[in-house]
Design a protein around this ligand. Structure first.
Ligand code: PGA
Length: 255
C-alpha cells in the first residue's frame, strides 16, 4: 500500500504573526518543486488567518494545534471547529502529550474531539506516546494500545482515511533524544497491528503513522526509510525553514 508522506510542523506557542508570515513565505519559496509529499504547518491560533493568506497557491496545508469539541458557546478561552474551518484549517493536532500532561486532557476528552473533528471535516492528527518511566517499566505497548482504543472509540472504519496517528515518545519530545529508527519502526509496526485489531487490515495498512520527537534534517532519512513511518510531526526543527525544508526534501526523495 502506498502511503504518501506527511511532513507536519508543530510551531507550538512560538512566533508572532509577522514571524509566522516570514516563516511560511520562506518555506513556500524553498519547496515550490516538491510534489510527492504532503506538507502541513500548525501555527498558533492567532497566526492562522495570516498564514493561510500567505500560503497562496502553494500546496501547503494548514493545521491547528488544538480544538474544543463544541461549535460555540460559553467556553471562555477555547476555539471551536467552525472557527478553525473559517481560518482555512484542514488538520487539527489532538491529544498532544503537552496537552495531556499540562492541561490534564484524558483519552475520553480526546476521543470526543476526534469524533467532532471527523464529523466536521477536520482531519485529526491523534498523538500517542509513552513516558520514559513507562518505557523503562516495559509498558510502552500497553500504554499505546489503551490510548488508541480509548481515543478511537466509535470512530467508523470509513472515517479512518481522514485521520493520522502521530507516535511521539514523550522522552524524545524537545529533548534532543530521538527514538532510534529501529525502536520507532518496532512501535509503528505494533500500532499498525493494533489498528488491525480495532478496525481491519485495510484500515491498518492505509493509515498514516507519523513519528515525532526531535526529528530533524540529520536524522529524518533514517527514520523515514522505515517501512511503517509515513512522515513526521516536527516541533523545534519546524521553526527554521532551512531545517524543515530539508526534511521535506528528504521525504520527497524517498517517496
Ligand atoms: P520536537 O517536538 O520535534 O521539538 O521534539 C515534536 C512535537 O512535540 O510534536
Amino acid at each position: 500500500m502506498y502511503r504518501k508522506f506527511l511532513i507536519a510542523g508543530n510551531w507550538k506557542m512560538n512566533n508572532s504573526i509577522s514571524e509566522s508570515v516570514s516563516l511560511i513565505e520562506s518555506i513556500n519559496k524553498k519547496i515550490s518543486d516538491v510534489r510527492n509529499v504532503d506538507v502541513l504547518v500548525c501555527p498558533s491560533f492567532v497566526s492562522l488567518s495570516e498564514v493561510h493568506k500567505n500560503i497562496g497557491r502553494s500546496l501547503i496545508m494548514l493545521g491547528a494545534q488544538n480544538m474544543y469539541p463544541e461549535a460555540k458557546g460559553a467556553f471562555t478561552g477555547e476555539v471551536s471547529y467552525p472557527m478553525l474551518r473559517d481560518c482555512g484549517v484542514s488538520y487539527v493536532i489532538l491529544g498532544h502529550s503537552e496537552r495531556r500532561e499540562l492541561f490534564k486532557e484524558s483519552n475520553e476528552f480526546i476521543n470526543k474531539k476526534v469524533l467532532v473533528a471527523l464529523n466536521n471535516n477536520l482531519r485529526p492528527i491523534l498523538c500517542i506516546g509513552e513516558s520514559e518511566a513507562e518505557r523503562e517499566r516495559g509498558e510502552t505497548f500497553d500504554v499505546l494500545d489503551k490510548e488508541l482504543k480509548e481515543c478511537l472509540r466509535d470512530v467508523p472504519a470509513d472515517q479512518m482515511k481522514n485521520l493520522v496517528i502521530a507516535y511521539e515518545p514523550i522522552w524524545a519530545i524537545g529533548t534532543g533524544k530521538t527514538a532510534t529508527p529501529q525502536i520507532a519502526q518496532e512501535v509503528h509496526s505494533h500500532i499498525r497491528k493494533t489498528l488491525e485489531g480495532l478496525f481491519d487490515h485495510n484500515v491498518a495498512d492505509a493509515t498514516r503513522i507519523l513519528y515525532g520527537g526531535s526529528m530533524k534534517a540529520s536524522n529524518a532519512e533514517e527514520l523515514l526509510k522505515q517501512p511503517d513511518i509515513d512522515g513526521g510531526l516536527i516541533g523545534g526543527a519546524s521553526l527554521q525553514s532551512t531545517e524543515f525544508c530539508q526534511i521535506i526534501e528528504t521525504a520527497n526523495k524517498l517517496a
